[in-house]
Design a protein around this ligand. Structure first.
Ligand code: GLN
Length: 304
């Protein structure tokens, strides 16, 4: 497998320089756009890597999976899906339009409005307790007990995240959830700012690929039904409004984040993660998509 990811790396690095790091969260604009890492974890728990595979970056929207898994564990499927839908949108990840025109319930847990709504399901006395539940899920799935969030990115997003505030207040006014918007957003922004490296993401992809069972120690980490829910939402909504094209070109359940990471789970085969912070116009890692496309075609990984 090592030679495949090295070939994928050589193929992909031609596109370094294309795209642009996210700058609507000012702290993210400091990322090094020449970073590129690719990792694969097989179902025996072995990870192979190339590039900046140990460099930490923020999960951003990849944390939407962790928020969802935590909420499913905390309150169950029925309660979660009272507050969020199950359908793809075809709109940008931070779009507000459907909260007004289609249904006041956000369309799915993989867009900002949906993830904020799912965050409100997670119970706790205060934001710290609720975030701690998410952080613990992340630690278990990523195989790192010390997962923390990046305080600079968190502060930067808290200072500038007015669109997310707008989404949250729209949902509050429609009665989707109650409580303090600022508290819910503290939990959501901290989750987005959790730091991870490409190897850890690849391991999490392998857990999801392995029906929720750790490929390292055989423990069940995600209930199989919840694992299926998560993988199906990755397939239909994980790449925002590029999910349809990604399904055709790559065909792997995956989730991306504006920090430059993409995590894929190839059912019964492997986890794949890529990291490169320059993004395309839809907010997905430019080189990340190229690398996933290459690996999927060479190893014939499309699930379709
Ligand atoms: N923290 C980011 C936001 O809420 C996450 C978005 C993303 O990764 N697409 O805007």
């Amino acid at each position: 497998m090592q030679h495949i990811i090295e070939e994928a790396y050589d193929y992909t690095k031609k596109w370094l320089g294309k795209g642009k790091a996210a700058d609507y969260i000012p702290e993210l604009a400091k990322a090094d756009v020449n970073d590129l890492a690719i990792c694969i974890t097989d179902l025996g728990g072995r990870t192979e890597s190339v590039g900046e595979s140990k460099k930490k970056f923020t999960m951003q929207s990849i944390s939407k999976l962790i928020i969802l898994i935590t909420a499913l564990k905390d309150v169950g499927f029925d309660e979660v899906f009272k507050r969020v839908g199950m359908e793809p949108t075809g709109d940008p990840f931070n779009s507000i339009i459907r909260l007004e025109t289609m249904t006041s319930k956000p369309m799915n847990p993989m867009i900002n409005a949906g993830a904020i709504s799912v965050t409100t399901c997670i119970k706790g006395e205060n934001a710290e307790e609720r975030f701690e539940k998410i952080r613990e899920t992340a630690s278990v799935l990523l195989g790192d007990p010390d997962i923390t969030y990046n305080k600079d990115v968190y502060k930067s997003e808290t200072a500038t995240g007015h669109r997310n505030r707008a989404l949250a207040y729209m949902m509050l006014s429609s009665g989707i959830f109650d409580g303090s918007v600022e508290e819910h957003l503290e939990v959501y922004f901290k989750a987005c700012s959790m730091m991870v490296n490409c190897e850890e993401l690849s391991l999490m992809g392998a857990v999801l690929a392995n029906d929720g069972v750790s490929p390292i120690n055989g423990k069940l980490l995600i209930e199989p039904f919840h694992n299926r829910v998560v993988r199906s939402l990755m397939t239909t909504c994980g790449m925002y409004d590029a999910s349809g094209e990604f399904a055709m070109r790559v065909g792997i359940p995956a989730k991306s984040g504006v920090g430059g990471g993409i995590m894929g789970a190839v059912p019964s085969r492997m986890g794949i993660a890529v990291y490169s912070p320059a993004l395309d116009e839809k907010g997905n890692s430019y080189c990340g998509i190229k690398a996933m496309e290459y690996i999927s075609s060479v190893l014939d990984l499309s699930i379709f």
